[in-house]
Design a protein around this ligand. Structure first.
Ligand SMILES: *Cc1c(COP(=O)(O)O)cnc(C)c1O
Length: 419
């Protein structure tokens, strides 16, 4: 979505340099057109299937982004009551919300049931028992799926792999079987769904196929044992292009794999993509504060840091970095860092870029997912601004946090209590 009109760099039709002057840096900019194109690509690949796309809200939970999903009648995959609240604020229909995660509290279950969410993806026996108790106390019946751990290697970064037996997510097939066999003991939980999510940033279909086959085999077994399965949730995890040479899986190929593995399934399919819908729609705008000499390479010190974009520190993730102005310049190799007092506050090591000067505006690419949603105020750096761009227009969808907002809720220890 970045292009140039003569010497003016555009992102979704908006002059990015002018935008950065208006809203300051660091700022996340998201292309609504790119997000819509992804939604359309996925929905058209799903034509003819009884399928619901539940956007994984944690990828980018800005209310304006959630609103885009709501406008296209998408649901949401949530992992906390906070995300539930955001999604409802954004107009996502509660019946289209699924609730995943290993640590749902009884209170969160109560809130989700009161809101009327579509389904709980349960990850342990204790959760099943807690949901039974909560639903019974509210005189209602909760719909639920068991998240199975298919024990496949998603061949992605270890920290975003979730479908191995040793990961904390889901339960093994023996345990899941046992839940269905004893479903009568949980009269306030209608357990009629299967769920699997094996990891994130998947760039190959093979592990997805393998997981789908295990889910399908389990569905056949349950069906033959007389258990009705009304929904199969295939999770999310579709990868995106972070660096040259990475080839993401196309929606058609992905959906073809689902159609093949789950042929004959006449219930509802649920998909939970997060990153794939929003990552490539985002750039982080940042300026060079200064260039500091280093033992190996000069340090390019940016005004964005690990508190704004954690992925490089957390996962050693690669993000393309590009100066916004297109003037031809000699190349230079830098360690690209932020101002936070951590050696881990490094966006890139030994990265060759056009030579930069203090004040230059840069774009850090593919930051629409797990960027702003993972941000913190570490080092007392206020949360960055976020803007939504749409065909030549922009709207500020999160204003830069003020210092007052940053310390809201904090106070001197004046009122002492004893328990
Ligand atoms: C994080 C998550 C997703 C989305 O993962 P992406 O890689 O962003 O598509 C989907 N389902 C569950 C249960 C998740 O935890």
């Amino acid at each position: 979505m970045t292009s140039r009109a003569g010497s003016v760099p555009l992102f979704d039709g908006v002059d990015i340099a002018a935008l950065a002057s208006r809203v300051g840096t660091p700022t996340y900019a998201y292309s609504a057109s790119t997000i819509r194109a992804r939604i359309d690509e996925l929905l058209s690949a799903l034509t003819g299937l009884n399928a619901l796309v539940c956007y994984a809200a944690k990828a980018n939970s800005n209310v304006a982004v959630l609103q885009l999903m709501a406008e296209h009648e998408l649901g949401a995959d949530i992992v906390s009551a906070g995300e539930l609240w955001r999604c409802l604020q954004a107009g996502i229909r509660p019946g289209r919300i699924v609730f995943s995660g290993v640590g749902k509290t009884a209170e969160e279950m109560r809130e989700a049931l009161a809101a009327g969410i579509g389904r709980f993806n349960l990850e342990s026996r204790d959760e099943l028992e807690t949901l039974q108790a909560v639903a019974a106390s509210m005189n209602t019946v909760a719909r639920a799926a068991v998240r199975i751990n298919p024990d496949v290697d998603a061949r992605t970064h270890a920290k975003i792999s979730t479908g191995r037996a040793e990961n904390k997510f889901g339960v093994g097939l023996d345990e899941a079987r046992d839940w269905f066999d004893h479903a009568a003991g949980f009269p306030n939980v209608r357990l009629d769904g299967l769920h699997a999510h094996i990891g994130s940033q998947l760039l190959e279909l093979a592990p997805i196929r393998q997981a789908l086959q295990r889910v399908a085999a389990f569905w056949h077994e349950l069906r033959d044992a007389g258990h009705a399965i009304a929904s199969i949730d295939v999770g999310g995890g579709l990868g995106v292009r972070y660096r040259e040479g990475e080839r993401p899986i196309a929606a058609v190929g992905y959906v073809a794999a689902i159609r093949e593995a789950l042929a004959g399934f006449d219930g509802r399919l649920v998909l939970e993509p997060g990153r794939w819908l929003v990552a490539e729609a985002g750039v982080l705008l940042t300026r060079v504060i200064r260039i500091k000499p280093g033992a190996n390479h000069p340090f390019l010190v940016l005004d964005a840091a690990m508190n704004d974009l954690l992925r490089p520190s957390l996962y050693e993730a690669w993000h393309d970095i590009e100066p916004v102005d297109a003037q031809p310049r000699p190349l230079e190799t830098y360690d690209v860092v932020g101002p936070v007092c951590e050696t881990g506050d490094t966006f890139a090591r030994a990265r060759t870029l056009p030579r930069c000067n203090a004040g230059d505006l840069l774009m850090i690419h593919t930051t629409g997912a797990y960027g702003a949603s993972m941000a913190s105020t570490y080092n007392s750096r206020p949360l960055a601004a976020e803007v939504l761009l749409d065909s030549g227009r922009y709207a500020e969808v999160r204003r830069r946090q003020t210092w007052q907002e940053m310390i809201a809720g904090e106070q001197a220890a004046r009122h002492w209590h004893t328990t």
